[in-house]
Write a protein that binds this ligand. Structure first.
Ligand SMILES: NC(=O)c1ccc[n+]([C@@H]2O[C@H](COP(=O)([O-])OP(=O)(O)OC[C@H]3O[C@@H](n4cnc5c(N)ncnc54)[C@H](O)[C@@H]3O)[C@@H](O)[C@H]2O)c1
Ligand SMILES: CC(C)=CCC/C(C)=C/C=C/C(C)=C/C=C/C(C)=C/C=C/C=C(C)/C=C/C=C(C)/C=C/C=C(\C)CCC=C(C)C
Length: 663
């Protein structure tokens, strides 16, 4: 795989109009040809370092970059690097810079060594007129010791990594799969680009403080083109209750009150209370709630907003809905509103989380990234590299290495080891503490978490390509369907989620066709222990039933229109996302005290942090983005690149631990 990116953080010197590019090839010790290119300005100042994008099990490390002028007036630049298993010295020569006119400073400089592909990017400054020596590899390079290693490149992990990188930390992200994104990744088949998971993007607008995905991208110089979705979701519910959630809040309220005129006041008051919370959230600068200097600062600057949030922290949406609404059918509708984002009913959904999503869809609106959701992770990964940090794919972390009880590194399934000041796990807490850490006892904190939360079920996903004539005109992008019986809402296969992202972005599918991503909750137990043939047959059978239900209720002729179909089960989620039992995230065992019991990013293990959906505030792409922002702030404070007070920290973290026990 050979990648080329555009350089989004060019150094001012490299930006010079007079920048030149030149190339050469030099045999290495292994006698393999290597071609490299580099750029420099007319003042003969070079700026770059090596970056490796794709390789097998070796990780070249920059040791030295050195330059000299040859008798022919040529400029040569040498780089030593180390392969993980055995060391190889390599020389990189760059010839005749001043004669070359082939300049493209907007391209990252790419190179190849044997089977390795490289990208050269700007970093350090060198005078090109200095003759220097080439020897001197030895010991572990400082370059291979990181400020933070992030295990996993889901949105949670990537946001933590990029936020740290822009603060000046050197980060290494290790991803088991071949592309970034995890549940927010993508895959391509027969001309279709499928989103692995949800296509509903909250926090992706250009308004306010809560557009965390937009902000995470902007932090690393990326901006994505988006398509506004006029309808967040179209509900198709029992008793033919059909509700469209319009982007315009007033239109949504008008639509809902027309179905429940007797509950008009209750509707306005319930959603009004959500706005109170949303506005409080939106007025804050969002950083780590585990960092007391920041938190006290926010209390000082915005006491009302902070007290509002503190008040709602232990509350659930269902209780508040019941204060205003009496009609059981409308309360069931509120359950559905919560279920689609939390996989539990309103009584189990924290009020802060419900408010966040029930308002953001009208405030910033739901926006779909052109080219698919996968572009978000790709952009973040590129931004990370542009900041001088690194991401390795096919890097399956099997162990978190502890030294005197502190997390100091990780070990991969192929034997490679990497070390850092801090380790951040984007694997679920169940995977982190059940698999990656080989400690005998589960820390008390994690025990408490596992007592309060269970793994939410996974999904059965059907990705289909269909002929476009099967969709009526004005079909919405997102649908939620529960046909007959409200009691099936939370049952496996009870309700059906459907996204048709090609309604917004037709470039995702070949002409004349649409993508249907259908998913429904399903548990791994249903799919375990089956011989391969029976497993395949069961997939077909269950998928066929789901498609029949959609055909009956929404799209007559659906089966006949299928061009492509691929069915994934909880086992698929487990395999590709490395999530225990393929779980969608944590789900409260009983009625939680809002968000009070959710752990933040620090863990009982010194130097080990968690990020992602098993951390505060839970499931959801925007939620894990927030968890990434919080984690980066806490880690930055702990490694000394953000302000911290050790005394306050001890007291405050203990207080938070105690508060969680009240949940
Ligand atoms: N699970 C789903 O079905 C699904 C679907 C749609 C959206 N989502 C959303 O995405 C959110 C999850 O985001 P997230 O950032 O917490 O996590 P994530 O699951 O999206 O990403 C975790 C990443 O870590 C990698 N990983 C895990 N263990 C690893 C290991 N040992 N070594 C190397 N890499 C490893 C995985 O391959 C994955 O890329 C969910 O809450 C949900 O809202 C989930
Ligand atoms: C600390 C203490 C003690 C105190 C203090 C007080 C305060 C200040 C507080 C504060 C707080 C805060 C800031 C908070 C925050 C929060 C947040 C941001 C949250 C967020 C959330 C979010 C979420 C949850 C989201 C979610 C979402 C989701 C899940 C989505 C999903 C989707 C889907 C699945 C789709 C559907 C589809 C169809 C229908 C088709």
């Amino acid at each position: 795989m050979f990648l080329s990116h555009s350089l989004s953080t060019p150094n001012s010197l490299l930006n010079s109009q007079n920048t030149k590019q030149f190339s050469t090839s030099t045999p290495t010790k292994q006698n393999k040809e290597m071609n490299t290119f580099c750029s420099f300005d007319s003042q003969k100042t070079l700026q770059f370092s090596w970056y490796n994008l794709s390789f097998g099990q070796y990780r070249p490390t920059i040791q030295k970059l050195k330059t000299f002028s040859s008798s022919k007036g040529q400029v040569l630049l040498f780089n030593h690097y180390k392969l993980q298993r055995r060391r190889v010295k390599a020389k990189f020569g760059f010839v005749d810079p001043l004669k070359s006119s082939n300049i493209d400073i907007n391209k990252l400089v790419t190179g190849k060594l044997g089977t390795f592909d490289f990208v050269l990017r700007s970093k350090s400054t060198f005078r090109v007129d200095k003759v220097v020596d080439l020897e001197g590899i030895g010991g572990v390079s400082k370059e291979s010791y990181y400020d933070a290693i992030v295990v996993g490149s889901g949105i949670g992990g990537l946001v933590a990594a990029t936020q740290l990188a822009v603060k000046g930390a050197r980060v290494l992200v290790l991803e088991k799969y071949v592309i970034p994104g995890g549940s927010s990744g993508y895959y391509q088949r027969d001309g279709f680009t499928f989103d692995v998971g949800s296509s509903v993007m909250f926090g992706f607008s250009d308004k306010g403080n809560l557009n965390l995905i937009t902000q995470a991208l902007a932090a690393v110089g990326c901006e994505m083109e988006v398509i506004p979705d006029p309808t967040t979701v179209h509900y198709h519910l029992p008793n033919d209750l059909s509700v469209r959630v319009h982007r315009e809040y007033s239109e949504f309220i008008r639509g809902l009150t027309s179905k429940f005129p007797h509950e008009k006041e209750g509707i306005v008051r319930f959603y009004g209370e959500c706005w109170k919370i949303f506005n409080a959230l939106n007025s804050l600068e969002l950083k780590s709630l585990e960092e007391p200097i920041y938190l006290f600062g926010q209390f000082f600057q915005k006491p009302l907003a902070c007290l509002t949030l503190a008040y709602y922290l232990p509350q659930n949406a269902g209780d508040i809905a019941r204060k205003y609404i009496k009609d059981p059918l409308l309360l069931s509708f509120i359950d559905a509103e919560c279920f689609i984002v939390s996989t539990v009913n309103a009584l189990q959904t924290p009020m802060i989380n419900a408010s966040m999503v029930l308002c953001d869809r009208h405030f910033g609106g739901i926006n779909y990234p052109v080219g698919g959701v996968g572009g978000i992770a790709k952009s973040l990964a590129k931004g990370l590299v542009d900041q001088g940090s690194e991401i390795l794919y096919k890097a399956n972390v099997t162990n978190i290495v502890l030294e005197h009880g502190k997390a100091v590194g990780v070990k991969l399934s192929d034997g490679r080891e990497f070390f850092a000041k801090t380790i951040i796990s984007n694997a679920t807490r169940w995977d982190t503490f059940g698999k990656l850490l080989k400690t005998e006892n589960l820390p008390k904190e994690e025990e408490n978490f596992q007592k309060a939360y269970v793994k939410a079920p996974s999904f059965l996903s059907i990705h289909m390509g269909v002929k476009d004539e099967v969709l009526p005109p004005d079909t919405d992008c997102h649908h939620f369907m529960l046909e007959n019986d409200w009691t099936s809402l939370e049952e496996p296969y009870g309700s059906i989620f459907l996204s048709i992202p090609t309604v917004l972005d037709s470039s995702l599918a070949p002409d004349g066709s649409h993508i249907l991503h259908i998913f429904t909750t399903s548990s791994i137990e249903d799919w375990q222990g089956l011989p391969q043939k029976d497993y395949e047959a069961k997939k077909e059978l269950v998928a066929d039933e789901i498609i029949s239900r959609l055909e009956k209720k929404l799209f007559p002729g659906l089966k006949q229109s299928i061009i492509f179909k691929e069915v994934g089960t909880p086992k698929t989620h487990r395999r590709f996302l490395a999530r225990d039992e393929g779980t969608y995230g944590p789900m409260p065992r009983g009625i939680p005290k809002g968000l009070l019991g959710m752990p933040f990013n620090t863990t009982a293990i010194d130097g080990l942090y968690c990020v992602g959906d098993s951390c505060f505030p839970g499931q959801g792409v925007i939620a894990v983005a927030f968890s990434g922002v919080m984690c980066a702030h806490r880690v930055a404070a702990d490694i000394g690149i953000e302000q911290k007070s050790p005394i306050l920290d001890v007291a405050f973290l203990q207080l938070l631990r105690w508060l969680r026990t009240l949940a």
